[in-house]
Ligand binder design. Structure first.
Ligand code: HEM
Length: 207
């Protein structure tokens, strides 16, 4: 793949990930964020964070199944954008909803079990984003890859957060849970060995 094609893929991914933020800002300035804009921002940024996280986790399985290597270029930017939207989600919660009243935030954050889960997932994403910086990656060497398996834990906790905050129909968060299990299974040696035995073309190692 040429450098030009790689640059084009990178530009497309940045535009696609930033577009929902532009729409959010536009809707905010136009007063299109329902009667409760703070909650609407919370819901939109939360949905964006989890969708981008799942897309980032889908890159390696897609490569394993199709052999299409450029998809691996999307893994890191998608993960970083997932973290960026989770950060906006958190800032909206502590800054706009609670006006940085830390006594009240502490009370609410640790009283609501879904908020505890959201916070735990956010801390893991923060850790993963920091260790994605080149200098840290080089310093961590092989441990970097081991550490980054924590992304599955972050996604699992985020899904529990989603299930616990959903009051009526939990089928959508459960679908996210099912997709996560499938994505993880494709990467696990046991499932991979089974698949490579049955589908001869499936013998790619994960980079
Ligand atoms: C930093 C700690 C977090 C807090 C305090 C928090 C809090 C909240 C709150 C208050 C809501 C709206 C609940 C409602 O009004 O019904 C929400 C929704 C949501 N959050 Fe979080 N959250 C956090 C982290 C995360 C993270 C890290 C993710 C994903 C990676 C996430 C994903 C979601 C999703 C998917 C929704 C529901 C969106 C929808 O229904 O469309 N949250 N969160």
């Amino acid at each position: 793949m040429s450098n030009r094609q790689i640059t084009i893929i990178r530009i497309v991914i940045h535009i696609a990930a930033l577009l929902p933020l532009a729409v959010l800002l536009w809707d905010f300035t136009q007063g299109n964020l329902t009667a409760n804009p703070i909650r609407e921002i919370q819901l939109r940024t939360g949905a964006l964070a989890i969708n981008l996280l799942m897309l980032s986790l889908a890159c390696t399985p897609v490569y394993i199944l199709t052999g299409y290597k450029p998809v691996l270029l999307l893994r890191r930017p998608l993960g970083i954008y997932a973290f960026a939207y989770a950060l906006l989600h958190f800032i909206n919660f502590i800054g706009i909803d609670y006006s940085f009243n830390f006594a009240l935030i502490r009370e609410d954050l640790f009283e609501k079990r879904y908020a505890v889960m959201g916070f735990a997932s956010f801390i893991l994403l923060l850790l993963l984003a920091i260790t994605s910086i080149k200098r840290f990656r080089q310093r961590l060497g092989k441990n970097w890859q081991r550490l980054h398996w924590l992304v599955y834990l972050a996604a699992t906790i985020a899904i529990v957060h989603y299930i616990w905050l959903t009051r009526v129909d939990i089928s959508l968060p459960l679908i996210y849970g099912g997709v996560l299990v499938i994505l993880l299974a494709i990467r696990l040696p046991l499932a991979r060995n089974f698949a490579t035995r049955h589908f001869k073309w499936l013998n790619r190692t994960t980079p």
